[in-house]
Write a protein of this length. Structure first.
Ligand code: SAM
Length: 283
């Protein structure tokens, strides 16, 4: 791949998916694009870059994005946000008692483990919410990931990552080498294609957003735009969780750490100045 082709693909991924590929990641991008040229019957990555410049073929653009994304995920990733999610639900049971309606968004859901983890907790808490509408919307830019998520089949390796055996036995059935999520859980989630660069107003409003382990791949300007738009889709008292290595520090001031649920952020207007936790900068 020539430096020019690398630059074309990098710029395209930045513009269309928000993905900021470092100049030093030439090898990574090349290894991800090799299967794409084979699949599309192209000779070289340079011809792929040329097709991207021409821009006429949505199949080419889609294939480049699908191949460039990092889809790493697991059930109950980092545990704490999910434990606090359960506590938040109990709090929402009080604060949303009038509406009896809670909306949750798993943004950048990958192959669905995050959304199914949330659905299992909702199901465990279901007795508290008889007669309520509990919605989970799960979105991703990758059609392939969404299809996998929607089908709900996971292999032995995947179900061994983060999923307690008791929940595996309760919510999955073994089918050959795979485990399939129960229809009951699958029906709880509506999977939709959504690019985080677009305005989420049409998906919202939400009480809880999980936007985890995706903004690390974005540059600061895109992170700011995504988070500020998301904060506008939060209902009053709504919260948002980022990944363990992600922060709003230096990105936006519209979201601040939630003083009661440290794994979550709240809109600045929901947290009185006296209750704001200070960020600690670790050098
Ligand atoms: C590393 S996975 C994170 C999955 C899950 N949130 C977690 O924390 O385990 C990142 C996901 O973000 C998706 N993604 C990348 N760019 C995106 C964009 N612009 N809009 C929506 N999803 C995107 C990828 O397809 C991938 O499924």
């Amino acid at each position: 791949m020539t430096p020019l082709s690398f630059d074309v693909l990098r710029r395209f991924l930045r513009r269309r998916a928000g993905l900021a590929i470092a100049v030093s990641r030439h090898d990574l991008l090349e290894s991800r694009m090799l299967p794409v040229i084979q699949r599309l019957g192209l000779e070289t990555i340079d011809s792929l870059a040329e097709a991207v410049i021409n821009g006429a073929d949505p199949e080419v653009e889609r294939a480049v994005i699908e191949a460039a994304v990092t889809s790493e995920t697991l059930f109950f990733r980092d545990r704490t946000p999910f434990e606090q999610f359960r506590q938040l639900l109990r709090q929402l049971h009080e604060t949303r008692a009038q509406q009896r309606h809670i909306r949750i968004w798993s943004a950048a859901c990958s192959t669905g483990q995050e959304a199914y983890s949330l659905a299992m907790i909702l199901d465990e808490e279901a007795r508290l919410f008889a007669g309520w509408r509990l919605e989970i919307v799960a979105t991703d830019i990758s059609h392939a990931n969404l299809e996998t998520a929607q089908l709900g089949y996971f292999n032995q390796f995947e179900v061994q990552r983060g999923l307690p055996v008791a929940l595996l036995l309760r919510y999955f059935t073994q089918q050959g080498d795979s485990w399939r999520v129960s229809e009951h859980l699958r029906r709880r989630i509506s999977f939709e294609h959504f690019n985080l660069l677009d305005d989420p107003a049409k998906l919202g409003p939400f009480d809880i957003i999980f936007c985890r382990n995706i903004l690390i791949y974005f540059d600061v300007e895109s992170r700011k735009q995504v988070l500020e738009r998301m904060s506008r889709t939060l209902r009053r008292g709504g919260v948002l969780a980022l990944g363990a290595s992600e922060t709003v520090l230096g990105v936006t001031q519209t979201l601040v750490p939630n003083p009661d649920y440290p794994a979550f952020l709240s809109t600045a207007e929901d947290v009185p100045a006296a209750r704001r936790r200070q960020f600690v900068l670790v050098s």
